[in-house]
Design a protein around this ligand. Sequence first.
Ligand code: BG6
Length: 485
Amino acid sequence: MADLQSVCDVVIFGGHGDLAFRKLMPALYHLTDTGYLDSKSRIITVTRVEMTGEEHRKLVKEKLKNFLKENAFDEGKFKVFEKQLDVVIIEFNDNSSYEGLFKLLSQKPDRERINYLSTASDFFSTICSSLHKWNLITPKSRVVLEKPIGRDLESARLINKGILQYFNESQIYRIDHYLGKDTVQNIMALRFSNRFFMPLWDANNIDHVQITVAENVGVEGRWDYYDEYGAMRDMIQNHLMQLLCLVAMEAPCSLDADSVRDEKVKVLRSLRKMTPRDIVQKTVRAQYTQGVSDGETVPNYTDGVPNSTTETFAALRVDIDNWRWNGVPFYLRSGKRMHKRNSEIVIQFKAVPHSIFANQGRCISENKLIISLQPKESIELQLMNKVPGLSEEMRLQQVELELNTPMNMKHKPDAYERLLLDVIRSNPTLFMRLDEVEAAWKWADVILEAWEENVVSMKKYRSGTDGPTASIQLIARDGRSWHDE
Ligand code: BG6
């Protein structure tokens, strides 16, 4: 049984939204089941839809049955879990509607309070202001913010400023669920607990890095949201940037939150600002068109949002101006409705300085370290090896050394489970600090503004493919190719 944590009240704003049902409730169910969340804790859903407590519990039950993986739904466990559930009806902009929440929370004035804002970021400061007016923010309160925070640096600053009127920076948890993925955390373990990577992890030895987050799904009904944001704001500015930071950062002096975040922010500040010419040469934006995805014919993106100018795919070459990474490009790409779901980081090492096998017509493939995040979670090192046997010539073959982590867990925790537990434990290491968010927007804004001015034309790609040819050309121009080509 886990070490029991303090009892807390978790309030989910936007509690009947997709994220709440798909990720947050299942995570809280597991945390209760495993004892990490004390069962005296309350989970209070805030919604605009009028409903009774009974109707709410019924709805949560249905959704859990749907979204819990590994057949984890259990009647007996739900009977315990449902005792924790409460619902209050609030219209975010109507301050008087917070009375129900006030009454509920005031029953336990000394409780730790976690306010999870799973709403559009436009509502963040309004909600915080009402919590403040109703005197619901205590030194033991925390607030969790879903990404993306704003659409650019200016709006992000405004939103953060609004929240900082009521919460201290140390009470704010800006979530990027990629940081809660086990394999993502493993990047730090791999880099900083294995000596042999240390001398190799730089521009002398690494040729380039590729970061791909490809999804085969489309927008999944989130048209309003997605069309406002697109691949750059939805994925690159946050998830892929965080992955890049973990690969590129220096070793922090300790694992405490600020030491780790100090190193990440240094990377973000070292990103080379793109000139208009760079943006033309080093960025690609594209929209999917009709095609076949998962065996089904799917329509154009613009059939969902006619005349949309939002990208569903983005690819970029990113340069980091510091000593370690001088001259090492990082290629990033992310898109929806692609050939397959595949998220991976590929570290491609340089070729050996001189090949003694070359004059025998043997070619040596460069070593690659492949960190797969999903669907498979694995770490693989590609090496060259002799083909066993008595042949006169030395024959070589590429072999894969796969690092298998034995998992003795019946239930594999989801990223949200890990992150919610960190909020409960008041550990902000895996959350983004204000300066990180701002530095990422500052870099992305330059590209987004140029795209808005059509400096780079919108390309098209067929659903079910690997993206537009412009993405292949982007990397081919440097004499390289995407890992899976
Ligand atoms: C979310 C994006 O942050 O991440 C979604 O808003 C995307 O558009 C999702 O589908 C991908 O997450 P994962 O964990 O499935 O790779």
